[in-house]
Design a protein around this ligand. Structure first.
Ligand SMILES: [Zn+2]
Ligand SMILES: [Zn+2]
Length: 339
């Protein structure tokens, strides 16, 4: 039914990383495809790239790879991961194709936009997006890498967990009763279009993790409405709290939610005041509970097979203490915990 000889099912991890890393600008376009007929739970995977300038990957796929089944009463769902968004011609080719194949739907995820300033491209993409047979999105950026997260389906073109943090680093730094040198900030940015970016920062010699986030993460991101969640190994210090408020003042359409594993030098009035100011300005601050640990583990940690969950029951007492102390901070009461 399908010709497999042009390209195989699998692509090397190296090629994937180079082609789908949105900070790079490769010359080729890669198209990774998953295709499913009807309600079947079996899907077929394949990948192609553009064939010189004349044959773009999208058209190549639709014309040379895709084979219609003889019956048209069964729906066909196609998912594409494209390293570049379709050019204007391809947009129209895709629409033409869908016009001829009403039972096909295409869910397109792109790693980066091709000719993003061209009017023509905009028009083409808008038309695509308006089609009821198409969904088009920028890939969920798992940090710098666009992660297709297909490992569970044991597909080779899984983008490795390189961006994630090591289990031992997570465990060590998110202990609620100790204060290691390194502070971690795991973040999620939820955009209006439903895409979620996840990655993490830590502090370095010059800057706290929070400042690293504010300076690096939003420097080249358009000020679109979004909600940010941080999972911090330690709550923000007084200085960082001020920086956060400055940032929120200049980014009115951004909301921030902070989960902290423990409080940073909670005896210091400046830190207490900082947290109060954050809360008074609409930032939500909570102490991480066991479910939050489990959540972070599943999404941010490069855990090994068989370590699918992390539910550190023995943290419960510390979580409770930190939670009570945070309550005291918000109420303007003196410190409870001696350390
Ligand atoms: Zn094209
Ligand atoms: Zn700080």
């Amino acid at each position: 039914m399908y010709r497999k000889k042009m390209r195989g099912m699998y692509i090397s991890k190296k090629a994937l990383k180079n082609q789908f890393d949105p900070s790079k600008f490769p010359r080729e376009t890669y198209l990774l495809c998953k295709l499913r007929w009807g309600e079947s739970d079996r899907s077929w995977i394949h990948w192609v790239k553009n064939y010189s300038d004349n044959y773009h990957a999208e058209v190549y796929f639709l014309e040379k790879i895709f084979r219609m089944k003889p019956y048209t009463n069964v729906n066909c769902s196609i998912t594409w991961y494209l390293s570049w968004s379709p050019c204007v011609n391809c947009c129209y080719e895709i629409l033409d194709f869908l016009e001829r194949h009403k039972n096909v739907k295409i869910d397109i995820h792109v790693a980066r936009l091709y000719f993003k300033d061209s009017e023509g491209t905009h028009r083409g993409l808008k038309k695509l997006a308006r089609s009821t047979q198409v969904k088009i999105n920028v890939m969920n950026m798992e940090g710098k890498f666009s992660c297709a997260l297909w490992d569970r389906e044991r597909y080779c073109w899984y983008f490795c967990c390189r961006w994630k943090i090591q289990p031992k680093d997570f465990k060590r730094n998110y202990l609620p009763g100790q204060h290691p040198q390194v502070v971690y900030l795991l973040y999620e940015i939820r955009w209006r279009n439903g895409s979620i970016w996840r990655n993490w920062f830590s502090n370095n010699r010059n800057q706290h993790a929070e400042v690293n986030f504010l300076e690096n993460c939003f420097s080249d991101v358009p000020p679109a409405p979004c909600s940010i969640t941080w999972f911090l190994s330690t709550s923000p210090c007084g200085k960082c709290s001020r920086r956060i408020l400055e940032f929120l003042r200049t980014h009115r359409n951004v909301t921030l939610e902070i989960y902290a594993a423990k409080l940073f030098r909670h005896q210091d009035m400046r830190n207490r005041q900082g947290l109060c100011n954050l809360v008074m300005n609409g930032v939500s601050i909570r102490i991480m509970n066991l479910a939050d640990y489990s959540y972070c583990w599943k999404r941010f940690v490069a855990y090994q097979h068989g370590e699918d969950d992390y539910w550190p029951q023995n943290f419960a007492a510390y979580i409770f203490l930190n939670w009570r102390e945070l309550g005291h901070i918000f109420l303007g009461l003196p410190p409870l915990l001696p350390y």
